[in-house]
Design a protein. Structure first.
Length: 139
């Protein structure tokens, strides 16, 4: 199974699922991440730093506004998702996780707008794929 979540839940994920494979989907991760054996970064699906900074500056007063979300979503689609192959991405995740659950991680809490939700929605367009946000009662 593939889930999405955020770094603040890693300890709870690992407690509930000791064989979890953590897959950060961001340009930078903390040093704690590099020390773990069950981590493999997916930088190809991360937002691009240049426009991420532009987005933060342009919409700093309300990153959750309709205009902000639309701007970000379009940038993410054209600069990231349109350059990826959905089947190859799913194959890479499956190969990386093996028989274990994969967790696509970034920094935002579940209720916040975030690229991991856009990535999951894009991957879920393939029939039979059902990526969901991990909940503590999921396991």
């Amino acid at each position: 199974m593939i889930y999405t979540s955020y770094f603040g839940k890693v300890k709870k994920i690992e407690a509930a699922d000791p064989t979890a494979v953590l897959i950060p989907v961001c340009g930078k991760v903390g040093t704690w991440c590099a020390q773990k054996k069950n981590v493999c970064c997916l930088r190809d699906a991360a937002p691009r730093w240049t426009w991420w900074q532009e987005w933060h500056e342009k919409f700093k007063d309300d990153l959750e506004s309709e205009e902000s979300v639309k701007w970000y979503s379009e940038k993410y689609k054209t600069t990231v998702l349109d350059k990826l192959d959905r089947d190859e991405m799913l194959e890479w995740i499956a190969k990386t996780a093996g028989e274990h659950n994969a967790y696509l991680l970034c920094y935002e809490t579940p209720e916040k707008f975030c690229h991991r939700h856009l990535l999951a929605a894009w991957l879920n367009e393939k029939p039979g794929v059902n990526i969901q946000e991990w909940q503590e009662n999921t396991m």
